[in-house]
Design a protein around this ligand. Structure first.
Ligand code: PEP
Ligand code: MN
Length: 358
């Protein structure tokens, strides 16, 4: 074959490639239109029967030089890409997405706002243990002008033999201290049945990592008028996390704060691996404020300050950490809670760091 002939054939192949590309573009647009129709009618996007019919039609009409398996493989790739195209479109229309709502959602907690550009803190003990313990921590919070206090009354513990929390008694302690010192209470509720009761005591309902896909709980907190702090599941992808928030918003409650709290990886140097890049991703993909829990993500007191700085630098709206008057005797998470002097240093350092950021 002469050089000239080869160049001509290659030119033909290039032209055919361009034609295939144009057809793929055209096909993609039709697939998107089909996706819109399916969404309107609530039809499942993956339709294996339809895919089988399409493949049969292609193979019946095929008599080219490739094997049938190759043709099947090539078209399977095209079908897969089409499905992905429809899924991307679908995701962009979630209620929590930026596409649906370009402005930032600002969560209002008794007049304190989260998501308006001012970076805030939510601090408090891992678990409520007594009135005195909560009050001592609350007084320390007040010294820094903080208004958001956390504390667990229902503790989802790995072992059934570990301290499970004081339950309603704990909610009452939180409310009493908060009322005395004009603070707001953020606390975890673990069952749908307790949500109504909690409304009288709490200002923000926390849905914990272990319950991120407790869909009945998500639906219940979606149906009430109370802000919700939703934690990322232990091994949840960002997409699963966003969909969990969608459950809440679909119920009519748009007062949601997303909380990155570390995910499980092979790394054992920290309790979990803080996925810091989740913060800008969540802020880009959704209109919700994003918190970072530095205590449960690291599980290490010595890492609370550097990770909190990272959270502020990367644009988190809220930083969560745990404080206990005497962590050594705490009934949960004793290794990672700060004592009160450490908390003061932590806040002073972070406030100085915040100044440098602006
Ligand atoms: C908590 O914040 O008290 C807690 C248990 O955290 P997580 O659900 O992230 O483990
Ligand atoms: Mn804890």
């Amino acid at each position: 074959m002469s050089e000239n002939q080869l160049a001509k054939l290659r030119e033909q192949v290039d032209q055919i490639n361009l034609q295939i590309l144009e057809l793929l573009n055209e096909r993609g647009k039709i697939v998107q239109a089909i996706g819109e129709e399916k969404k309107k009618h609530g039809t499942n996007r993956f339709d294996p029967v339809r895919e089988r019919e399409s493949l049969d039609l292609l193979l019946k009409n095929y008599d080219g030089p490739y094997t049938e398996a190759t043709i099947k493989h090539l078209f399977k790739q095209i079908f897969k890409a089409s499905l992905e195209l429809q899924e991307i479109d679908y995701e962009r229309t979630l209620l929590v997405s930026r596409k649906a709502h370009p402005e930032n959602t600002v969560v209002n907690i008794n007049g304190e706002t989260v998501g308006d550009g001012v970076q805030r803190f939510v601090m408090g003990p891992c678990a409520v243990e007594s009135y005195e313990q909560v009050r001592e921590v609350a007084l320390a919070l007040k010294e820094h002008g903080l208004t958001l206090m956390r504390g667990g009354a229902y503790k989802p513990r790995t072992s059934p033999y570990d301290f499970q929390g004081l339950g309603v008694e704990g909610l009452k302690i939180l409310r009493q201290v908060a009322d005395e010192l004009e603070l707001s209470v953020i606390t975890e509720i673990v069952t749908p049945q307790d949500v109504e009761l909690a409304l009288d005591y709490v200002d923000v309902i926390q849905v914990g990592a272990r319950n991120m896909q407790n869909f009945e709980l998500l639906k219940t907190v979606g149906s009430v008028k109370k802000p919700v702090l939703l934690k990322r599941g232990l091994s949840a992808t960002i997409s699963e996390f966003i969909n969990a928030a969608e459950y809440i918003m679909a119920g009519g409650n748009d007062q949601i704060i997303l909380c990155e709290r570390g995910i499980r990886t092979y790394e054992r140097a920290t309790r979990n691996t803080l996925d810091i890049s989740a913060v800008p991703i969540l802020k880009k993909e959704t209109h919700l404020p994003v918190a970072v829990d530095v205590t449960h993500s690291t599980g290490r007191r010595d890492l609370l300050l550097p990770t909190a700085k990272a959270a502020l630098a990367i644009g988190a709206d809220l930083v969560m950490a745990e404080v206990h008057p005497d962590p050594a005797v705490a009934l949960s998470d004793s290794l990672q809670q700060m004592d009160i002097p450490q908390f003061h240093d932590f806040m002073n350092e972070l406030n100085a760091f915040k100044e440098r950021l602006v």
